[in-house]
Design a protein around this ligand. Sequence first.
Ligand code: INI
Length: 165
Amino acid sequence: MDVHKGRLDATGMRIGIVVARFNELVSQPLLDGAVDALVRHGADEEHITVAWVPGSFEIPIAARTMAEQGDVDALVCLGVVIRGETAHFDYVAGEAARGVAAVHATTGVPAGFGVLTVDTLEHALDRAGGKHGNKGSDAALAAVEMVKLLRELRRPRAAARQAVS
Ligand code: INI
């Protein structure tokens, strides 16, 4: 059996974080949690680039731009969409999720998805360092794990190509 797992080691990784300013009271602690998790797992703060966007709807275009520049190994996308505050909750949340999924599917740069979609501000705070942990940290670590896993998965194929050439 050939089993691959990505290790949570961010040493040497260059990480782009896109964070939405809307509901900044919650998105700032998501950002703090993401940076803290990355640094605790070996990333150098100098290699972390943070881009603030107005709202979660704008996350995908900034994430795509960072990925296409080719100087990040992974992306972490952070935002807070609260149902009580908007009639277009489903559009904003849906477009953020679809857009980020499209970025990592088409660029090959893994993106951790840390956009909260919740009913109330309290539920959001619970997930940004409160009783349900910090989803910014979780998204950052998911991105690190995926970088490591994808590197593992690419390695055998590169070796196989060399063997036949
Ligand atoms: N953006 C969010 O990130 N969260 C929200 O809850 C939200 N609400 O409530 O509308 C929100 N709207 C702004 C949106 O993301 C865009 O910035 C805006 O539509 C301009 O394009």
